[in-house]
Design a protein around this ligand. Structure first.
Ligand code: C2E
Ligand code: CA
Ligand code: CA
Ligand code: CA
Length: 286
């Protein structure tokens, strides 16, 4: 089911089958799915806008369900979150992704500015888990991966309202050299002053803001918003990653607006790890 190539499968429609599936069988088989090795990870390249080179990839988890086929994270992450399975599942994703990043490195894959990096999504329960820092340190150690090759993506919503004690683990990780990205930026409660006390190095601008640049002429309000966010981010010494880049015109526009890194179907859909390796070698050769 995981053959190479373009459209290997379609994720089931989240609004129809999945809702029904979710109530019944998913809850029952989620706990054993991890032991049965039913999860796998696809990697979507992160591209530096200034020169189009691949600097890393985001790890996106999928579930190859024995009866329902490939399910996307939107169909099981909420369930995993509410049943507590997200903690072992999230740890597995981290281990896999770190191992993968290490193997890219051993195979000679590199971004122009250093080793290929891997981005991993952290859920709110993982963030609150008392062994978060120790787990991540252990994962990096076991994989032999430098902390700077890992970026943890945390949603804005998970951090809103966090007090200093709740931010401490992230700050410790940031001090170790792990990058922290604020995911889905702009979709939460936008009191921007909270950015000043967050240990983050990257803002990952939600797709809803880049959609207005998919065709020319671009939506002038979206352009203004992106401009404002880029200027704020750069003032605070944060880098800006844009998601949902689907067209070349959109990529050009976002580059001109000063965005640093891009991710989206225009470059590549999420895919198997070997493809990322090939992309980075192609960069190196060009
Ligand atoms: P996200 O972190 O915002 O990830 C980006 C989502 O946008 C991915 O959906 C990706 O496939 C999709 N995408 C990428 N480029 C484009 C594009 O050009 N156009 C459009 N329309 N979509 C694009 P996916 O893989 O279904 O993941 C959905 C969400 O599930 C992720 O959103 C993330 O919040 C969550 N997720 C994925 N993997 C993990 C994980 O290992 N742990 C946790 N806690 N959450 C995860
Ligand atoms: Ca993400
Ligand atoms: Ca996002
Ligand atoms: Ca999103």
């Amino acid at each position: 089911a995981k053959a190479a190539g373009g459209n290997r499968y379609e994720l089931a429609d989240a609004d129809t089958d999945a809702r029904v599936i979710a109530r019944h069988s998913l809850t029952n088989c989620l706990p054993t799915a991890l032991d049965n090795g039913e999860f796998f990870i696809e990697y979507q390249p992160l591209v530096r806008l200034s020169d189009g080179t691949v600097r890393g990839a985001e790890a996106l988890v999928r579930w190859l369900h024995p009866a329902h086929g490939v399910l996307g994270p939107d169909q099981f992450i909420p369930l995993a979150e509410s049943t507590g399975l997200i903690v072992p599942l999230g740890r597995w994703v981290l281990e896999e992704a770190a191992r993968q990043a290490r193997s890219w490195r051993c195979e000679g894959a590199a971004a122009h500015d250093g080793p290929m990096r891997v981005n991993v999504n952290l859920s709110p329960s993982q963030l609150r888990h008392p062994s978060l820092v120790a787990d991540i340190v252990a994962v990096l150690d076991n994989a032999g991966l430098d902390p700077s090759a890992l970026c943890l993506e945390v949603t804005e919503n998970a951090l809103i309202g966090a007090d200093e004690a709740e931010l401490r683990p992230l700050r410790q990780l940031a001090d170790l050299g792990v990058d922290i990205a604020l995911d889905d930026f702009g979709t939460g409660y936008s009191n921007l002053s909270y950015l000043r006390r967050m240990p983050v190095s990257t803002l990952k601008l939600d797709r809803s803001f880049t959609r207005g640049m998919q065709c020319a002429p671009a939506d002038p309000v979206d352009v203004k918003i992106v401009e404002g966010i880029v200027s704020l981010a750069h003032t605070l010494d944060l880098s800006v990653t844009v998601e949902g880049v689907e067209t070349g015109a959109q990529a050009d526009h976002l580059r001109l607006l000063g965005c640093d890194t891009a991710q989206g179907w225009y470059y590549a859909r999420p895919g198997p790890p070997e493809r990322l390796h090939a992309l980075s070698l192609a960069d190196a050769a060009s």
